[in-house]
Write a protein that binds this ligand. Structure first.
Ligand code: SF4
Length: 450
């Protein structure tokens, strides 16, 4: 929890020596509270002050980075509800394999994790992780499967075993992958945290109740180990929902540090697809860090990724595409030119309808701060002058031979201004709804204009 200037001032030497550049310790404390200075700028700050201030500046849910380049990030959340600000790091989706699965199933699953791609509004998504479960008796087989999963997919792993010996074999077999060891119990936490540290992995802690998990995480914090995930043992969907919510609330609102870590959840292997879907949705909606699916199901994966994209989209930032001239189909220099805004949904609707019309064309998309057509026009971001400026900046005249441009029907009123600012061009007013682009194109073709 952030400290006030007064609380920080009590930790400082109070000699007002000015060596930090502030006239008084109080003035420096105020700067620290406003995050406009670093405690290192005071050469006389005590170790205790440095410790307290660095703990206070930790995010309420610690960030955990996975993968060799640490590109898969979890945690660092600061709000309970997305509309309060935004969620930062989306729930990682993992697919499980067991060392007792038939080799064919294992190979199929690993290939699916490696190759699966889903495109949504211009972004490509893949499966984040593989979980490897030790269900057999041989630690070496488990370790060999972990290595195979890592080499085939290149994804960080969740290594799951109740045997410290098996975890030890697998952890060293995939050293460098920055994976997760699941899970340390109150009995094994001392041993496993050393294993995690030596092999640079993250350690999940588990216990039959929250109290046990709290004690495990506290113990790790006392020895300075912070790469922790919390793995709850719940027996129903309702309990999963309540536990995730209560723990996240404790971390954010009450600054309970041992509970301020991302969560790891394995969904039940024996559940039917609807129960699995409900469990995964609960994790995505309610603060899940890593959600392990029992098997690969492309339909479920696409559904979960689409939901996750919606939950983890910043509500304060419209989704936008890059402002530029997009070729739709295989346009030629004399192909028709359309213009719209860079709000993603508008762009994808308009480009899709141009494609559906059976024509190829150019789609001019100026910077409109991700607003839709009417909103951008009302905000002065989609005017005749601004479109003309963009057309000149991208040197559209060098790229095309046609000198006609189609504007959305909703902003017919800017046609005069656009023609004034683009001498030699003719502005055609297109339909109001993108769904009518096809009939508009047909009508223009009949007139011999496209
Ligand atoms: Fe106070 Fe430290 Fe700044 Fe000196 S350098 S005024 S002791 S905060």
């Amino acid at each position: 929890m952030a400290l006030t200037g007064l609380q920080i001032q009590k930790l400082l030497p109070k000699t007002n020596c000015r060596e930090c550049g502030s006239n008084t310790c109080m003035a420096f404390a105020m700067k620290l509270a406003a995050k406009k200075a670093e405690i290192a700028e005071c050469p006389y700050a005590s170790e205790e002050a440095i410790r307290v201030l660095s703990e206070a500046s930790e995010p309420p849910v610690r960030g955990i980075a996975l993968g060799p380049e640490r590109t898969l990030k979890l945690g660092e959340e600061t709000v309970l509800y997305r509309h309060e600000k935004t969620f930062f790091h989306q729930t990682a989706l993992a697919v499980n394999i067991k060392d007792t699965d038939p080799p064919g199933i294992i190979e199929e699953t690993l290939a699916a994790v490696r190759d699966y791609r889903l495109e949504r509004i211009g972004e490509i998504f893949g499966i984040d992780m593989v979980a490897v479960t030790h269900a057999g008796t041989d630690a070496n087989i488990f370790a060999a499967l972990a290595k195979r999963a890592w080499e085939t997919t290149g994804r960080p792993l969740v290594l799951r075993s109740t045997s410290p010996t098996a975890l030890k074999a697998a952890a060293s077999a995939v050293k460098g992958s920055r994976s997760v060891l699941s899970a340390a119990t109150p009995e094994t936490v001392d041993e496993l945290h050393i294993l995690a540290k030596e092999n640079d992995h993250v350690l999940a802690v588990t216990a039959p109740d929250l109290d046990g998990i709290f004690k495990c995480a506290s113990k790790l914090r006392e020895v300075g180990f912070r790469n922790i995930l919390l793995q709850f043992q719940t027996s129903s969907l309702a309990e999963e929902f309540q536990t995730n919510s209560a723990v996240r609330r404790a971390a954010l609102k009450d600054a309970v540090k041992p509970l301020g870590y991302p969560f790891l959840r394995f969904l039940n292997h024996d559940a039917d697809v609807l129960e699995i879907a409900a469990g995964a949705i609960t994790e995505i909606d309610k603060y899940g860090g890593i959600c392990v699916l029992p098997a690969f199901d492309p339909a479920l994966m696409a559904t979960l990724m689409t939901l996750r994209l919606n939950i983890y989209t910043d509500p304060q930032k419209p989704i936008q595409v890059e402002p530029k001239v997009y070729p739709i189909g295989e346009p030629q220099p004399d192909s028709p030119i359309f213009v719209t805004t860079n709000f993603s949904l508008t762009y994808f609707t308009v480009s899709g309808e141009i494609e559906n019309s059976g024509t190829s064309g150019w789609l001019v998309v100026p910077e409109c701060e991700g607003m839709s057509v009417l909103t951008a026009w009302a905000a002065g971001k989609f005017s005749g002058a601004s479109i003309a400026k963009f057309v000149k900046e991208v040197r559209l005249e060098n790229q095309v031979s046609t000198r006609e441009i189609v504007i959305p029907g909703y902003v017919a009123q800017i046609s005069g201004e656009l023609e004034e600012n683009l001498p030699g061009w003719k502005v055609l007013v297109g339909p109001q709804d993108a769904a009518d682009i096809e009939s508009f194109v047909k009508m223009q073709n009949a007139k011999g204009k496209m």
